[in-house]
Write a protein that binds this ligand. Sequence first.
Ligand SMILES: Cc1cc2nc3c(=O)[nH]c(=O)nc-3n(C[C@H](O)[C@H](O)[C@H](O)COP(=O)(O)OP(=O)(O)OC[C@H]3O[C@@H](n4cnc5c(N)ncnc54)[C@H](O)[C@@H]3O)c2cc1C
Length: 363
Amino acid sequence: MPKAIIAGCGVAGLTAALAARQAGYQVVVFDPAPHACYYTSSRNAAIARSYEADPALSRVARTGVITLQQYPALYQPCGLLIRPLERDYNNQPTITGLEPQPGSYRLPDGQVFSGEFVAQNGIIGIAELTRHLVGECQRQGITLHFGHRVHIQNIRGGYICQIAIEPVQEFLNNHSTIAMEIHNSDLIINAAGSWARELGQQAGSDIPIIPHKRHLYRMLPPAGKKLPADLPVLWDEQNDFYLRPDREAILATPGDQTPTTAADYTPDEKMAHTMRAIFRHHLPWFADFTIETAHACLRSFPRDNRPVLGFDPKVQNLFWNAGWGGHGMTIALGMIAEISETLSQGFRRETELDNPFTPARFF
Ligand SMILES: Cc1cc2nc3c(=O)[nH]c(=O)nc-3n(C[C@H](O)[C@H](O)[C@H](O)COP(=O)(O)OP(=O)(O)OC[C@H]3O[C@@H](n4cnc5c(N)ncnc54)[C@H](O)[C@@H]3O)c2cc1C
């Protein structure tokens, strides 16, 4: 049975693992982090939003949301009220249960936030989704190895023929690097998130997936203020910020996106001031909330902000599943079928008409 070696155990790696298993591969996943979805946990708003300006992305986002609805333990459809920047909510085919309607929400101070409302959009449980995907992998006999990084070592005749599995020295003292022979029928799946470009470069294939830093704040109401139980996700694309309920608190972002390097997860103090200023100007009811935790996290995407999914046009046993940007949690369950379908086509010359996510668009 051909092997699929998955580099990365975030949502992209876990879904690629399930899809590769479905496609008949024996699957092994490696990640240098200590557990699955390490970079996603607490650094993610986990909002399921089913419409995007890009119709190809909207299609998988809507499949993702519809699939999430089948798992009530993973999903809380609290509704999403958005002031859209583009007319993407009105110009796309609607799906039963996901129709956007003009709507508004009155905050306790009387301010009304108006926009398009999608009642079935909402919030994904990050830990629950991770547990679900890891559990599925275990049931399918997929092995997950943490504390190990994939390094592509040799290419021969347009195929990767050798990789190294490198232990992460911080927490694996006694292991040494293992060289692994790779056959032409085996696959290396690049699901390395912010590090995907670097991994591709090791194979001589440079796809510019750029990490962009975004801040996320958990903010608590002051004594005497209580978050309304029916608060939906409020997303203001016009002023570029959003917030969502998180039990008794909110998660909010000032919508920053600064190009950076793959490992830059340090919050910048000045963004906290920006967050407070946004609330003072646009939603004063939240202006006296205090910041409990500040996280910086990376959304990695190419310039067209579309995931990169498919066989590398130059290295025939390298398969990309990266560039999931700010949509990874929403699209995860929708992507399994998409990845399976693309894998089952095998390596071929393709254009964006065949596969809107094709890596060939960069060559
Ligand atoms: C502030 C913020 C808010 C967000 N909000 C939302 C939201 O509301 N809704 C939504 O849908 N999405 C949201 N996202 C996006 C979502 O978090 C990402 O799309 C998703 O986490 C990307 O998953 P991934 O598996 O591609 O990357 P990652 O989770 O980063 O996983 C990549 C993994 O690859 C591993 N790796 C790196 N190099 C190697 C190597 N050489 N070998 C093996 N493994 C390697 C890393 O250790 C890492 O674990 C948000 C992101 C941010 C930053």
